[in-house]
Ligand binder design. Structure first.
Ligand code: NAD
Ligand code: IPM
Ligand code: MN
Length: 357
């Protein structure tokens, strides 16, 4: 049966990079019977400008009804002074929470062709293949109470609440352990259990859960050390599981191990592998509208969508191989450029991937 894919290009470079992924999906539809129907919706600042809200009712309805969602990015300078409740980012967070997309998978894999593009020494990153499993619908991002209040002395105070319930920790833990079973059977749980009770509980629950996965080796690491170890010796990791905010920060750090944040895809999944797929980077307002952005993280996110939500592993592999072939040819957007390579634009990179298909 034809699957419904909702495209949410969003803001900044979002429309430019999603357009490249659509070219790829069009070819897969025409040539390899992917059998999807794509519709487009508004989210983020683009939605705010039309409807006064970053997640209009129609977009949420479409998202709930779709088999999968491909999102570009949201946010930009022009919306930064808006009330936080209607900021573009709230549109993205609203989809994640309404669709219960609690499991964010961010695979940091170095294409060998890009060993020179990383700011780290080639021997530190060569062969890198780690998976960050980030909890996406809880933690300090969503904890209540939150806000800015006025204290008795007239001074303002900002506050957020860092909470995780046992069931939330367990369900993301299962995702990490199950992923590790298909990989190198190692999970590193990252927390701040030396200071924060919420992650003391996180550590306890992960330790208990590990008993259900005797083949998997569980280790624990404090987040500050993890940030350091990721650049010291990233290949010590297989699967990293962590909360929403630590996962946000560590995945941007990990992206540089793969050459550029423009290379890091992601899948945000619910309990039934329904999902939203998005590059891990943002709307890059500094380069938006200039045909400069790297579309590969978005194209690779589309590959994850094809794998997890559309059930076509064969075509996901095909897309990943096409990306690899394009890198073999020496084609590089500015963010992954190195001497001797051929510099291409966003759309030329998209065309090159299409050509390989
Ligand atoms: P960013 O990821 O947008 O950009 C950081 C840097 O990386 C910039 O120099 C940018 O040019 C570069 N970059 C990012 N993606 C790139 C790509 N595909 N190709 C080449 N270079 C790329 O982060 P930021 O500057 O902190 O945030 C900008 C806006 O994006 C903010 O409004 C933020 O809230 C939003 N944001 C959205 C998402 C999302 O939609 N998932 C993620 C992160 C940030
Ligand atoms: C990401 C982004 C988002 C997050 C923002 C834009 C809400 O940084 O997808 O990594 O913090 O989750
Ligand atoms: Mn982020």
């Amino acid at each position: 049966m034809t699957k419904q894919v909702l495209l949410l290009p969003g803001d900044g470079i979002g429309p430019e990079i999603v357009a490249q992924a659509v070219k790829v999906l069009d070819v897969l539809n025409d040539k390899y019977n992917l059998d999807i129907n794509m519709t487009e919706g508004l989210v983020g600042g683009a939605a705010y400008d039309v409807h006064g809200h970053p997640l209009p009712e129609a977009t949420l309805e479409a998202a709930l009804g779709a088999d999968a969602i491909l999102l570009g990015a949201v946010g930009g300078y022009q919306w930064e002074s808006l009330d936080i409740a209607v900021r573009p980012e709230k549109g993205l967070l609203g989809i994640r929470s309404n669709l219960k997309l609690f499991a964010n998978l961010r695979p940091a894999m170095l294409y060998p062709q890009l060993a020179d593009a990383s700011t780290l020494k080639p021997e530190v990153v060569s062969g890198l293949d780690i998976l960050i499993v980030r909890e996406l619908t809880g933690g300090i991002y969503f904890g209540q109470p939150r806000g800015i209040r006025v204290l008795e002395n007239g001074e303002r105070q900002g506050f957020n609440t860092y909470v995780y319930s046992e069931s939330e920790i367990k369900r993301i833990g299962h995702v990490a352990f199950q992923a590790a079973m298909k990989r190198n059977k190692k999970v590193c749980s990252v927390d701040k259990a030396n200071v924060l009770e919420v992650t003391e509980l996180w550590r306890e629950v992960m330790t208990d859960l590990a008993k259900e996965y005797p083949e998997v080796e569980l280790s624990h690491m404090y987040v500050d050390n993890a940030a350091m170890q990721l650049v010291r010796n990233p290949k010590q990791f297989d699967v990293i599981v962590t909360g929403n905010m630590f996962g946000d920060i560590l995945s941007d750090e990990a992206s540089m191990l793969t050459g550029s944040i423009g290379m890091l895809p992601s899948a945000s999944l619910d309990a039934n592998n329904k999902g939203m797929y998005e590059p891990s980077h943002g709307s890059a307002p500094d380069i938006a509208g200039q045909d400069l952005a790297n579309p590969l993280a978005t194209i690779l996110s589309a590959a994850m969508m094809i794998r997890y939500s559309l059930g076509r592993e064969d075509l996901a592999v095909r897309v990943e191989q096409a990306v690899s072939a394009v890198l073999d040819k020496g084609l590089r957007t500015g963010d992954i450029f190195s001497v001797g390579m051929t510099r291409v634009s966003t759309s030329e990179m998209g065309d090159a991937v299409v050509e390989e298909l």
